[in-house]
Ligand binder design. Structure first.
Ligand SMILES: Cc1ncc(COP(=O)(O)O)c(C=O)c1O
Length: 407
């Protein structure tokens, strides 16, 4: 029998979805499961976007132009201008979600066996894209104690070797919620210049900032041709299913290579690009997003308040995105996450994403789990109550097991 390739086998299963069957089984047993494990926003997709899809006058659902529908490129061009970011129309390529933009970025910057520095913990699909493109991720380890901010410059530079081609990071960060300071970004820009590297800045959570201000990598003109910006409407328009993202670069050669990739996959979704056009034509579009961010800030605050009241739980208040890395008073967070779905006796339980899957370095994140605050505040409060009781019962069960073992 022919076998699937080694590289497909090496692509990791998503730690966010891996335990999902246990949640399905818990629900079958009549439990309510609060899903804090996945970044699927529950906020309605803006009306203007949906109206644009419904009212589009499409007679033949043809392939869209490979770089994107011109009106959708115009809409994104206007969006960046509103953010004070200087991007020309021909520097924008519409992709099938931010996911495709990341795959294009790795494809056009790296050859098989090349290396990319990525601050860990990181969005686990980076490892998946890296496996599929035969790129090696070299982790730059950050810690909860430091709020997942970057280590000193020399620690980052020590990881750079002859095959290093780029630095990739998500900013604001998934799963950390970190928002890098201008000083950190300047250091990255400087390191990239000194070692001749690309900078791939994944800014799909650009608007989701609660402390300080977010500076886009595009606001560093000195990084010019080194920059690739990854963007997406999935989160900011609560439109994950739209599959519309963007790949942006000032570098003509990089854009030519990315356009080639785009022609190979033909086109991005038509209706959803039309939805984006309609959304940006709505004079109220900024307010829609601002209201959404206000709601996420409230959720962050409620979740942090709930977690702070649980003995042994540690965390740093996230500065952006809608995730939090939680330190749990357990040796094996994955065992605890499983136990909450299989053995926790309460009627309502919580699903988190075990932390180890967000690290490349073996042995890190074992006592951490990622939470996504994508639920209503009342549900977040109830999720915290279940988590608190679960941790207490789990510790008791472990203590009893140890007694039996000793006896
Ligand atoms: C940091 C980060 N980048 C990219 C993506 C992919 O987004 P998209 O839905 O646009 O493919 C996600 C999705 O969760 C993400 O968290």
């Amino acid at each position: 029998m022919p076998k699937p390739s080694a590289r497909s086998a090496a692509a990791p299963a998503s730690p966010i979805r891996r335990l999902y069957p246990l949640a399905v089984e818990a629900k079958r047993r009549g439990k309510k499961v609060y899903h804090l494990n996945i970044g699927q926003p529950d906020i309605p997709t803006p009306d203007a976007f949906l109206r644009g899809v419904r009212e589009s006058d499409v007679k033949v659902l043809a392939y869209a132009p490979s770089p994107g529908i011109p009106e959708a490129i115009d809409a994104l061009h206007r969006y960046y201008a509103e953010w004070g970011l200087n991007v020309a129309r021909e520097e924008i390529l519409i992709t099938i979600g931010g996911s495709e933009a990341i795959t294009f970025a790795l494809t056009v910057t790296c050859d098989p066996g090349d290396e990319v520095l990525v601050p860990e913990p990181f969005y686990p699909n980076y490892q998946g894209y890296a496996r599929l493109t035969n790129v090696e991720i070299v982790p730059v380890t950050t810690s909860r104690e430091d709020g997942f901010h970057l280590p000193p410059r020399q620690d980052i530079e020590a990881l750079i070797g002859p095959r290093t081609k780029a630095i990739l990071f998500s900013h604001p960060g998934n799963p950390t919620g970190v928002v890098y300071t201008p000083a950190e970004l300047e250091t990255l820009v400087d390191i990239a210049a000194r070692h001749d590297l690309f900078i791939i800045s994944d800014e799909v959570y650009r608007e989701f900032v609660y402390e300080g201000t977010h500076r886009s990598i595009l606001s560093y003109p000195e990084a010019g041709d080194r920059i690739i910006l990854v963007d997406s409407i999935s989160k900011r328009l609560s439109a994950c299913g739209a599959r519309v993202g963007a790949f942006i670069s000032h570098n003509r050669d990089v854009m030519a290579a990315a356009f080639k990739c785009a022609t190979i996959r033909l086109s991005a979704p038509t209706f959803e690009q039309l939805g984006l056009v309609a959304f940006m034509a709505d004079p109220d579009h900024r307010r829609v997003v601002t209201d959404m961010i206000r709601e996420y800030r409230r959720r962050r605050d409620v979740l942090c308040q709930g977690l702070a009241a649980i003995p042994g739980v540690t965390f740093r208040k996230p500065e952006g995105a809608f995730y939090i890395m939680i330190g749990l008073p357990v040796a094996d967070a994955e065992a605890f996450v499983r136990w909450m779905l299989t053995d926790y006796p309460g009627q309502e339980t919580v699903m988190l994403a075990p932390g180890a899957g967000f690290y490349r370095t073996e042995g890190l994140g074992l006592d951490e789990a990622r939470g996504a605050y994508v639920l209503q505040v009342d549900d977040l409060r109830r999720a915290c109550a279940a988590l608190a009781e679960g941790l207490e019962l789990f510790a008791k069960a472990a203590a009893e097991e140890a007694m039996v073992g000793r006896g």
